[in-house]
Design a protein around this ligand. Sequence first.
Ligand SMILES: [Zn+2]
Length: 161
Amino acid sequence: MRDYKFCPLCGTPLQSGIIDGKRRGYCPQCGFVAYKNPIPSVGAIAIRDRKVLLVKRGKDPGRGSWAPPSGFVESGETPEDACLRELKEETGMEGVIKGLIGVYLERTKIYGEVLVIIYLVEITGGELKAGDDADDTRFFHKGDQPKLHFSCFRRAIEEVF
Ligand SMILES: [Zn+2]
């Protein structure tokens, strides 16, 4: 998360004060306020033949643990685009968005607060193959699922699976 010391608009050193009820950095010259916001990310819950698609994460946060395909929304793409891109990158599978399951707030050590937008996805094709950011990818039956590191994914899967 960005932590400004100087105003990104006019270069004046920021001061600290209470703005909108919270302590924040602000610019005494031009009025810029350094609001802090969670980072938007997406997750894909893809179910096929009564099994859910998971990825063994090759990167932090949650390295080595299993999770649905997920990642950050990049500038220039919609959350739906990001969701299907991460699905394809991490698992080799192609899909279409069937609906929004929910929007969750996850607190991570590395990135701070992450807003996780989780979609239900229908697999339409592709070949199952773990991508560069993943150590493994597999479909799991409900009873055989590994424990998931992030509570947002546990909650989202429970909604639909
Ligand atoms: Zn300024």
